[in-house]
Design a protein around this ligand. Structure first.
Ligand SMILES: Nc1ncnc2c1ncn2[C@@H]1O[C@H](COP(=O)(O)OP(=O)(O)OP(=O)(O)O)[C@@H](O)[C@H]1O
Ligand SMILES: [Mg+2]
Length: 493
């Protein structure tokens, strides 16, 4: 299937999100769609999959002009996009979702559906049990379910927008193998939006690069990371050097004593940990292995079942989140729009929430402060923009702008999730600046490179068990990967 975009334009008020985009995607290939945060990638993918109308321009499929009005119509034309938060019915089982997943009232007989579901899952090695309720699936399994559903609807082009966020290394391998097989054997087209250049290098046959709403280049793979970065940002990034911890600062920022944490699926027992001022602790592990719970516990959002939390030299176990904040603790959650930011509020309103602590809000002052923050943090958005209209990367910048300048302790869940390479570096510069002023940082990340690059110490979580990596500077990504999978036995103690 050949897809052609001709002079596609899309504006959101003053933002020209897609500016005269013309691209051709041919069948049998994986095409990487790259570009800095806010470049217009998701907008373009939503237009192609019918989730958003274009302002002007044309879509041609196999040399025929198509004009569709929604995602169901796009699917009928053969184009389907995996939703980051699949639009399913969580009370349903995998099989039921498959039966009713056609979207427009169409449903398959149960027996046929069960057989087809089994065929597809077996072919790709997906770990989908038909009788499991959707609510119990991991992000990776939900993704597999969406792929199965779209394939059974006859989709010939699959669009994936940052699909490797939040899935395990094994699931990523299964996903990539499936995408390879679908393109090379079945001649499908796959459009992959990703900031993970190693994924792009591993999987893509071609890339198309957007910048500020325009196409700035296309090229055939293979290409090196440096070449892709140059295409995306117009220049190479300076090499990075590891900044070691200043040993002259032995003051304790955080001390955990015999901490016991109980969550939905995991329990952490008897955790003891001392974090010095200026120290960076990386938490590794698959989603739900206990690291998220620990992050929430050290900011007062999850009450420990047992043990003590000491900040500097004050025991603050069991106190409120507000109290933790007033003591210099800062937290940012991975689910930006669920926990950190408030959909429906503008950027100025977010600033006011933090800076205007009196009874009366001085809106002029809040707006001015917000404008300064937008400039300093290079946010693509305006004071009156609603937070949910910003691209993912720009939301992350806003979160950083809302962080205190001189915290004692920062607990960060996936601080660079969804950020382009340049923005990730920039975020870490901001974090390092705070660390150099003495802040301790505890962060989690699914990105092993990030953990190794920035952590002074790494703690690996597996089903509530914790293992401290002996020497971060001598740990390889592979070793870390094995630890995350629970293989603690064959590593040095
Ligand atoms: N619904 C909307 N309302 C207003 N502006 C929007 C809307 N959707 C996107 N934009 C703006 O359009 C521009 C492109 O956004 P888009 O989400 O397509 O970027 P992206 O390339 O996917 O970025 P990221 O890598 O951060 O996900 C951004 O400036 C964004 O703020
Ligand atoms: Mg996007």
């Amino acid at each position: 299937m050949k897809i052609e975009l001709r002079h596609v334009h899309k504006r959101f008020g003053p933002v020209h999100a897609n500016n005269d985009i013309s691209l051709t995607f041919k069948g049998g290939c994986v095409i990487g769609v790259l570009g800095e945060n806010g470049a217009g990638k998701s907008t373009l993918m939503k237009i192609l999959s019918g989730f958003q109308p274009l302002d002007s321009g044309e879509i041609w499929i196999d040399d025929r002009h198509v004009d569709y009005t929604g995602p169901q119509a796009a699917i009928r034309c053969g184009i389907g996009m995996l939703q980051q938060d699949p639009l399913d019915v969580p009370a349903f089982t995998v099989l039921e979702n498959f039966i009713y997943g056609g979207g427009d009232g169409f449903s398959l007989p149960r027996r046929t559906a069960a057989r087809r579901l089994k065929e597809i899952t077996a072919r790709f090695g997906f770990e989908l049990d038909p009788d499991t309720p959707i609510a119990n699936l991991s992000i990776g399994q939900r993704q597999q379910m969406e792929i199965v559903r779209l394939l059974s609807l006859g989709v010939k082009t699959l669009i994936l927008d940052e699909p490797t966020t939040g899935i395990s290394a094994e699931q990523k391998q299964i996903l990539f193998d499936a995408l390879r097989e679908l393109t090379t054997r079945d001649g499908l087209t796959v459009l992959l939006v990703s900031h993970k250049l190693e994924d792009v290098i591993a999987l893509c046959d071609e890339v198309a690069v957007l910048r500020a709403g325009r196409v700035v280049g296309t090229r055939a793979m293979p290409a090196t990371t440096a070449e892709l970065v140059t295409l995306m940002f117009g220049q190479e990034l300076a090499p990075q050097t590891r900044q070691p911890l200043d040993p002259a600062n032995p003051m304790v920022a955080l001390k955990l004593e015999n901490l016991q944490l109980r969550g939905g699926r995991v329990t952490i027992n008897d955790l003891n940990l001392t974090v010095s001022m200026g120290e960076i602790i990386g938490l590794a592990g698959l989603d739900g292995s206990g690291q998220e719970m620990l992050l929430r516990a050290i900011v007062g959002l999850h009450r420990p079942a047992h043990g003590r939390i000491i900040l500097r030299d004050e025991d603050i176990t069991g106190q409120s989140y507000r109290r933790y904040i007033s003591k210099g603790v800062a937290f940012s959650a991975a689910g930006r729009l669920e926990e950190g930011l408030v959909a429906g509020l503008t950027l100025t309103e977010h600033t006011a929430l933090i800076t205007e602590t009196g009874m009366l809000i001085d809106w002029d002052r809040a707006r001015l402060h917000c404008e300064n923050q937008i400039k300093f943090y290079n946010v693509r958005g305006r004071p009156e923009s609603f937070i949910e209209t910003l691209s993912g990367g720009n939301q992350q910048r806003v979160l950083m702008a809302l962080m205190p300048e001189m915290p004692v302790l920062m607990a960060l869940e996936q601080p660079t999730r969804g950020l382009d390479v340049d923005s990730s570096r920039w975020i870490w510069e901001q974090l390092m600046a705070r660390r150099n002023r003495g802040a301790a940082i505890v962060f989690s990340s699914p990105d092993l490179d990030e953990l190794v690059a920035y952590s002074d110490r790494i703690l690996v979580f597996y089903a509530g068990q914790m293992y401290e990596v002996p020497d971060v500077t001598r740990t390889t990504i592979d070793e870390l990967g094995r630890l995350i999978g629970g293989h603690f036995e064959d590593l040095p103690v």
